[in-house]
Structure formats: structure tokens, C-alpha cells
Design a protein around this ligand. Structure first.
Ligand code: IVH
Length: 668
């Protein structure tokens, strides 16, 4: 048993109190939120491991300590969403194609709204019978913090809606921000890095009198649950405006993507004249019933997209060109740069994408280049501005063998990508897969980032996924590694414990199988009726190929990759070992009880009023299971145009058949 670290606990309490005071009372924090959180976590950990010795210490209860414990929690009636990004015209065309395919309409059947994407904080305002009753931060989208007392001090936000017939209840969403000029005036002591931080600091005040003095502004950009909504987003915002809610002066309607791009270019040109920071435009499908049908994928609506402004660039020199082996074996050339600051971020590496790109742009070591950084993506090289004068080195070519595992490097037909063939022997690929397994989009294990994976792998402490869940047994070794200690180790074990219940599709995605991204992982998971059947497949007791082949949306390349993966002995062993250590489950979608609940349904032929994807989503919401191959156990066959063999078979098997109209009536 560890010794109770009393001295450390006392230091922590002193330090937390000190930083609380700076943060909440002086609004002048000295440390980042992450550093603050780590103090709190360490404190909580000591309390957790030494409950009896720490009974008398309760600073979090007394002084609220943690920002998230300071304000009460608020469960948003309708989830607050994020946005997917578009960086190019092509991304926008893809967005348009996705929505038109989903609703089975022509690409130019859609009207959009457009407005700037304000760099502030989103807030949910709840008005009951025209009275502002609650204001809450976005939080994780479902649960935010109740900041009503502070929000009612903002002059832009009406406490009463200016209407004689207010709705019984409406959630109005928008952005709280500080203008650039107000920021300069407010920030005389350089407390805040930018207007966004200043707005955040001002909103999270214990004392609402402090918030009241801050020049906070508000612009609405959406709404949650609202029974009396208009038929379009644009009209709804105009109605909000008439109630005294500020909306964007740049809110516009657009007929098509070409129109959106025109608006984008206009706004981009006058970006510096706009009084507040914006980082792009947000486009939304204007028709609200289309929005409803399009629904949500993950955390973002299918019906909206943020079109980000282009990136920032800077000039620097390439010190060296290297290669990097990814988790799928892809060999990516990277430029090691003389470090340079691009828009506030220090950049020392840039991806060269592939070897064709190096040749096309004629990029060589020693050259001076323009580097571009956009949003969260890895910086890349736009062009060479001046070449290395003396003895310009030869063009960088792919090696014949992998520098890590020595396996042959192969260039696959139809691909620009050069690949290391040592899939299961290459340390770089194994490390890449482990990093992917614990990354944000996969298991999301806090405290187990790239750095820790490199270290634990290189020391032989984690060799495969299952080892991650056995780290407790290696406690003695790990706590003695430089930079680790009992507390950081305990934090890690806690974080791992929290991620032991894994949804099947997330688990499949986390395995990092080639071509199996989040969407394909969902489709593959849907082929297994339960966790038992998933296990039995990996035990070699059942076959899934025909179900996968009959799963709408799964292409042959993906299926082949998954089947190949699952046919390798070491993979099978690894999955079975892992399933002993974690708890897999299948997420049930929220369904409503209907006439087709529990029924097996098949769609065949071309539907005219909606896409297959929409029909499937709808049927699943109504509690039906959508299957793709017809058998005696099928309950309903819905026929679109040109229904072929399935219709014939349904008749033979006595499965009940309905046309699209009958299905629509049933489903509406
Ligand atoms: S729409 C429908 N419109 O951007 C989905 N968001 O990256 C959600 N934001 O959390 C919001 N300006 O805080 C929307 N005109 C705008 C916006 C906007 C800024 C923020 C908002 C959201 C984030 C998503």
C-alpha cells in the first residue's frame, strides 16, 4: 500500500485555492485550463485512494473549485450540435450531393441560409411564455452549465420577448462574443489571448456584477425544440428578430452552391471590416422539414456545414525530408522545417502527402517553401519559392525497404500511396494502430496520447491492444519511469477503466482496419445481431460474408479488408483476448412503438420520395429491423420502381408486400 502523500495534498490545496482566486475573483489566471484540471484530478485521486485520511479535506465542496462544479448542470432539452467543416468548393459539392442523395432529390432542389461563423461561445436560451428562464453553455452538447444569472446582464439578450403571443416554450441558440474594438479596450492588461477567451472568462464569473460590466454581445444562429416553428430557418430567424432577438446582419438565402461561394468571397473580402472575429460561414438547408428528415450524424447535423476561411501561410526552409510509416503502412514523406510561427502556432513539420507531389512541385531539401496551415489539419507545402543553390540534392524517392521493419515497400496498382508490406511485423504500423485505438475518435483514453504510447511500446509494456487493459500488473515498473509517478499512473488506470464499455461499431472502428472508417464500422457492426455472434465469428464458428455483402452501403473493398483482417490468426486471438477484458455492447437506437416494431423489413427497387438510407433510418426509428436478403422470416417487402427478383421471391415465400405509398402512410 502506498503511503498517504499528506505533504503533496497540502501543497495541492494551497495551489488550487491560489488559482481559484486568480481565476474567479481576479479573472487573471496564470495557468491553462488543462494545468488547472490536472491539479484538480491529482487532488481527487488522492481523495479516492486515501478516503479515510482525506475526510477532513473538502475544498471542492466548499469553494466550488472546479469550474464545472461552480455552476449547476443543465440538461439541454434538445442536444446542442457541432458542425462539420468544408474547406473547398469540392467539399461543398460533396455536402450538397450527400443531402440530395439522402432525400432522393436533385442537387439544385435546395435553398440554403448563409451567415458568418462567429468565434465566440454558444449558449442556449430558454424562453417560457416569452420570459427568459434559463441560459446555459453548450457543455458537451447534452449537459451544459446554468449561467442564467450572468446572461441576464447582457443587454443584447431580451429578458422578455417582444411579442403579444409568445410560444409556450422555445430554445433559442446563438453565440456570445466580444467585438475586436471592445476587446482592445478591455484587455489593457493583456489578460486574455483573444476576444473568444475574454468572452469565456467574462461569462464564467462567480459574481454577475463583473459580467455585467463586460461588453458581451449576442447573435442568434438557431433553435432547439420549438413547436410553432416556421417552415424555413430564414423565416424563423426573421421572426426571432421581430421579438427583439439579435440575428446576423449578414444572414442571407442562397439558391445553390455557386451562390454560396459568391457570398463567401464577398464576406471573406470584408472580413477585417467585420467588428468581430469570424472563421468562416455556416450554411444550412433552409427548409425545416428537410432539416428534420436529414437528421444528425454523430455530433453534427447532416443539414449544415461550416465553410472555413482559408488558412494562413508562412515561408521557411526545409532542413530534411524524412518518411513516416502510418498505421496502414502508408509511406508518407514529411518535410522537417526550420520552425516557424504560422498564425500563432509553431510549425516544424509539414506533410508532403506523397512522392508524386514532391516531384510535381519539385521540392528538395534546403529549398525555401511556403507552408500553409488550415484549422486542425497537418500543415503542408504550397510551393517552392527559392531553391537550394549549391549542390541541390536529388529528388527524394521512396526507399525499397521499410526503414523500421525492413519489409519490402510496395506501390499498389491504382494508388499513389506507397506502402510498407510488413503489416503485422512493422513496429511503426503497430504503434500507429495503438495510437489510433486510444485516440479521440476511437476509445478516447485520456492521458494515453502519442507520447505515452511510444514510450510504453518501446519499453515493451504495451505490445497489443489487450495489454492496455493489463497495465495495473505493470504498476511497479511504470511508476518508476521518468516523468511518471503513482498519481499519474492512477489517473491513467482510472481513465482506462472508464473506457471498458465499448459500443461494437466503435470497437470495430478502433481496430484500425484498412478502409474501415466510422461509417463502414457502423455498417459492419450492423451485420452482427449481438455480441455473441461477433465473438463466434472471430472464434471461426460462423460466417458473416453473405450478410456483409447484403449490407447496403458496404463496398467490396471494405468487405475484403475486414474479412482478410479477421482471417489472420493473430488478429483473431487478439480480438478474443480483448473481448475478455472489455465489455462490448450494441447501442439500441431510440425507437418509437409502431405497427412495424420488431418486424423484419426489406426495401427493394428505386424509391422515389426518399433515399434508401432515409427509409432505413425511418424504419429503424419505428423499431423495425432492416434486412437485405429475403427469407421466410422477413415480414415486409417495400417495393420501389423496378423491383426484380426480391418481389418474385416474396410472393413465393408469402412475405407481405407493400408499395412506396403504402410504406409512406405507415411510416408517417
Ligand atoms: S449552427 C446546427 N451557426 O460554431 C449546428 N453555429 O462549430 C450548430 N457558431 O457550437 C450551430 N457561428 O457555437 C451555427 N452562424 C452559426 C455559428 C455557429 C458560430 C458556433 C457554434 C457551434 C460551433 C460549431
Amino acid at each position: 500500500m502506498e503511503k498517504f502523500p499528506k505533504k503533496r495534498l497540502q501543497e495541492l490545496i494551497k495551489s488550487i485555492k491560489y488559482h481559484n482566486n486568480l481565476y474567479y475573483n481576479d479573472d487573471n489566471p496564470e495557468i491553462s485550463d488543462a494545468e488547472y484540471d490536472s491539479l484538480i484530478n491529482e487532488y481527487k485521486n488522492i481523495k479516492k485512494f486515501f478516503p479515510s485520511e482525506t475526510k477532513e479535506f473538502n475544498i471542492l465542496d466548499k469553494i466550488g473549485g472546479q469550474p464545472s462544479e461552480l455552476f449547476s448542470k443543465f440538461n439541454h432539452p434538445t442536444r446542442m450540435l457541432s458542425l462539420d467543416n468544408a474547406m473547398s468548393e469540392q467539399d461543398l459539392l460533396n455536402f450538397q450531393k450527400k443531402i440530395s442523395n439522402f432525400l432522393n432529390k436533385n442537387a439544385d432542389d435546395f435553398e440554403f441560409s448563409s451567415e458568418p461563423k462567429i468565434d465566440g461561445l454558444s449558449v442556449n436560451l430558454i424562453y417560457k411564455n416569452g420570459i427568459l428562464v434559463t441560459a446555459a453553455t453548450r457543455g458537451d452538447g447534452q449537459i451544459g452549465e446554468n449561467i442564467t444569472d450572468n446572461v441576464i446582464t447582457i443587454k443584447d439578450i431580451p429578458r422578455l420577448l417582444k411579442t403579444k403571443s409568445p410560444p409556450a416554450s422555445v430554445e433559442i441558440r446563438g453565440e456570445i462574443f466580444i467585438t475586436k474594438n471592445d476587446f482592445i479596450k478591455l484587455n489593457t492588461e493583456n489578460k486574455f489571448a483573444n476576444p473568444r477567451n475574454a468572452a469565456a472568462g467574462s461569462l464564467r464569473q462567480l459574481d454577475s456584477k463583473v459580467t455585467a460590466k463586460r461588453p458581451l454581445k449576442f447573435i442568434a444562429h438557431g433553435f432547439g425544440s420549438f413547436a410553432e416553428e416556421k417552415s424555413s430557418y430564414y423565416d424563423q430567424l426573421i421572426e426571432f428578430k421581430s421579438w427583439g432577438i439579435p440575428i446576423s446582419p449578414f444572414l442571407k438565402k442562397a439558391k445553390n452552391v455557386a451562390n454560396l461561394i459568391k457570398i463567401y468571397n464577398e464576406i471573406n473580402k470584408k472580413r477585417s471590416e467585420i467588428q468581430y472575429d469570424i472563421d468562416g460561414l455556416v450554411y444550412k438547408v433552409n427548409n425545416l422539414s428537410y432539416q428534420n428528415r436529414l437528421g444528425i450524424v454523430g455530433k453534427s447535423p447532416r443539414w449544415a456545414i461550416a465553410h472555413k476561411f482559408a488558412s494562413e501561410t508562412a515561408q521557411t526552409e526545409i532542413k530534411k525530408i524524412d518518411i513516416q510509416i502510418g498505421r496502414t503502412g502508408s509511406v508518407t514523406p514529411v518535410a522537417r522545417l526550420k520552425s516557424i510561427n504560422i498564425g500563432g502556432v509553431l510549425v516544424s513539420n509539414a506533410t508532403l502527402h506523397n512522392f508524386e507531389e514532391i516531384e510535381k512541385k519539385d521540392i528538395r531539401e534546403g529549398d525555401t517553401v511556403i507552408v500553409e496551415r488550415a484549422g486542425d489539419v497537418i500543415p503542408h507545402i504550397l510551393e517552392v519559392v527559392s531553391i537550394h543553390k549549391k549542390n541541390r540534392p536529388k529528388l527524394f524517392k521512396p526507399p525499397n525497404s521499410c526503414p523500421i521493419c525492413n519489409s519490402p515497400i510496395v506501390i499498389e496498382p491504382d494508388e499513389v500511396v506507397v506502402r510498407c508490406s510488413g503489416t503485422y511485423v512493422c513496429d511503426a504500423q503497430k504503434i500507429g494502430r495503438l495510437k489510433h485505438f486510444v485516440s479521440r475518435s476511437a476509445l478516447d483514453i485520456e492521458g494515453l496520447g502519442d507520447k505515452q504510447i511510444n514510450l510504453l511500446y518501446n519499453k515493451g509494456l504495451i505490445k497489443d491492444y489487450a495489454d492496455i487493459f493489463d497495465l495495473e500488473a505493470k504498476r511497479d515498473v511504470i511508476v518508476n519511469i521518468d516523468g511518471w509517478g503513482t498519481l499519474s499512473f492512477n489517473n491513467l488506470i482510472n481513465a482506462i477503466d472508464q473506457k471498458k464499455k465499448i459500443e461494437l461499431s466503435k470497437f470495430i472502428y478502433s481496430l484500425g482496419i484498412r478502409f474501415v472508417g466510422q461509417i463502414n464500422a457502423k455498417l459492419i457492426a450492423s451485420a452482427f445481431s449481438n455480441i455473441k455472434s461477433f465473438r463466434s465469428f472471430f472464434e471461426g464458428k460462423s460466417n458473416i460474408l453473405s450478410t456483409l455483402e447484403n449490407t447496403d452501403g458496404l463496398g467490396p473493398k471494405v468487405i475484403q479488408s475486414f474479412i482478410e483482417y479477421s482471417s489472420i490468426k493473430s488478429n483473431k486471438e487478439q480480438i478474443l483476448k480483448l473481448t475478455q477484458k472489455v465489455e462490448l455492447f450494441i447501442k439500441k437506437i431510440d425507437t418509437v412503438k409502431s405497427k412495424i416494431t420488431g418486424k423484419k423489413i426489406i426495401f427493394t427497387g428505386t424509391l422515389s420520395s426518399m433515399s434508401r438510407a432515409e427509409a432505413k433510418t425511418k424504419a429503424e426509428k419505428l423499431g423495425a429491423k432492416v434486412v437485405s436478403s429475403i427469407s421466410k422470416s422477413t415480414d415486409i417487402l417495400v417495393t420501389g420502381e423496378n423491383s426484380g427478383s426480391k418481389l418474385k421471391k416474396a410472393k413465393e415465400l408469402g412475405v407481405s408486400v407493400m408499395n412506396e405509398k403504402e410504406w409512406s402512410n405507415l411510416a408517417s
